[in-house]
Design a protein around this ligand. Structure first.
Ligand code: FCB
Length: 446
């Protein structure tokens, strides 16, 4: 068997986020976030569930770290819940919330696992939503305050901070498609939310630079290459708009200090006020780009396809994930090489990549060869990108364990570890055992 070896010092990790795993929503001074509220809406979550218990990870730190050790993880990415640390969205710190994460960081370090903290993984404190949430420019400054608190508390211990997770998903699925919290359907608000999330990233960067000078900081973008379904000009242009919508909008802002002109033209009538310095601040240097990659997007032109006149299609022979995504490992290679060539971030880390499949627990074991293949093919694509000179220094699988998958509730399992939600038993899946081999060998079977 040939092995594709990764560079020395490459970090193998797994990812999670607070609301998706912690439960304990009323513990130690936590107040509500927009996700607690959204889950109360009839029909909002596929299985009518919520994150009240989730994986109960808040109270299972030692046990979960033991699992990470069994997987041989060198890194663990998690998010700090804003409603635990600044429950009213003001600068008042809820010390027990902060202490909880201190215990978690210490325990990870004791276990030889490097923590990577995401500041904002979509759990906006309710009081901030009452004041307009991300439609309100002031929310960006509140995120800066939160970064200041987190940077002061952990800046000497945690080497990497991610400011904002996936502004595209939060901005559009939450404020235009209405399928994520806060559940809005407004094009103008979605554009404002998107801009203010990027401004929030800038505020958080500035705060981390001051409060955590030893640590690295950057943002996490979900990226997806866009392909035209047909070869008509209309489809080619639709694919270009799709690329502008999900990829270029954020990458151009971060690395060129300007939103792309073609998208500005499309959005013109609904744009929020953009301050004279906003883009310069958004484009301030970062230490790395975190890329979350799941799928390729194929689109065709459709007059009725919303403001961008695009319709997503699944090509006839495509493989599709449990969430209806088009599986394409080459798309990861293409994304990494393109980002490196066109935008040249200093370093890149894959902060999320993984697959939901219908796992079944049979005789105490979960056999998931499809996920194992997905991971292997994506890792080999990443390996090819490294060979082309892409400065990729880590890979964090989504997810450590099955958890609350937002609007899909508990119907989508992404874990390397199976969660039995009735008993909170955790069972390492076949793919998890396979991944442990990868982390041990620093290599992937080719
Ligand atoms: C990403 C999210 C993450 C998880 C995966 C499946 O968009 O960042 O929380 O839901 O998708």
């Amino acid at each position: 068997m040939t092995l594709a070896h990764f560079p020395d010092g490459f970090t193998w990790g797994a990812s999670s986020s607070a609301y998706q795993i912690e439960g304990a929503v009323r513990a130690e001074g936590r107040e509500e976030s927009i996700w607690d509220l959204f889950c109360n809406r009839p029909g909002a979550i596929d299985d009518g569930s919520d994150g009240r218990f989730a994986c109960d990870a808040y109270d299972r730190i030692p046990e979960d770290i033991a699992l990470m050790q069994e997987l041989g993880l060198q890194g663990y990415r998690f998010s700090v819940a804003w409603p635990r640390i600044h429950p009213d969205g003001s600068s008042r710190v809820n010390q027990p919330g902060l202490d909880h994460y201190r215990r978690q960081v210490d325990a990870l370090l004791d276990a030889g696992i490097t923590p990577m903290i995401t500041l904002y993984h979509w759990d906006l404190p309710r009081p901030l939503q009452s004041r307009g949430g991300w439609a309100n420019r002031d929310t960006a400054a509140r995120l800066g305050e939160f970064a200041d608190t987190v940077g002061r508390a952990f800046g000497d211990l945690v080497p990497r901070f991610i400011t904002v997770n996936e502004p595209w998903v939060h901005g559009w699925l939450g404020h235009f498609m209405g399928i994520h919290a806060p559940g809005l359907h407004d094009f103008g608000i979605a554009l404002a939310a998107n801009h203010h999330l990027m401004l929030g990233h800038a505020e958080a960067m500035e705060a981390f630079r001051a409060s955590a000078p030893k640590a690295e900081a950057g943002i996490a973008l979900v990226l997806s290459p866009a392909s035209p379904f047909g070869d008509s000009n209309a489809d080619l242009e639709a694919a270009h708009r799709q690329d502008g919508w999900i990829n270029r909008w954020y990458l151009d802002a971060l690395y060129r200090g300007a939103y792309p002109d073609d998208m500005l033209d499309l959005y013109r009538a609904s744009l929020p006020e953009i301050g004279a310095d906003d883009l310069a601040r958004i484009a301030q240097p970062t230490d790395f780009l975190a890329i979350n990659y799941y799928f390729r997007t194929t689109v065709r032109w459709n007059r009725d396809g919303g403001p961008l006149q695009i319709e997503r299609v699944i090509p006839p022979n495509a493989q599709v994930s449990g969430m209806g995504f088009e599986i394409d490992p080459d798309g990861l290679y293409e994304t990494l090489v393109r980002v490196h060539r066109d935008y040249a971030p200093v370093k890149i880390v894959i902060a999320e990549n993984g697959l939901s499949v219908e796992d079944r627990l049979v005789d105490g074991a979960v056999d998931d060869p499809v996920r194992e293949r997905y991971l292997r093919e994506h890792l080999l694509a990443a390996h090819r990108a490294i060979a082309e000179g892409v400065p990729l220094d880590g890979y964090y699988c989504w997810s450590l364990m099955d958890n609350f998958e937002w609007n899909h509730g508990y119907t989508q399992r992404f874990g390397l570890v199976y969660t039995d939600f009735a008993t909170q038993d955790r069972i390492i899946k076949r793919s998890g055992r396979w991944y442990a081999g990868v982390t041990r060998e620093n290599a992937v079977p080719a």
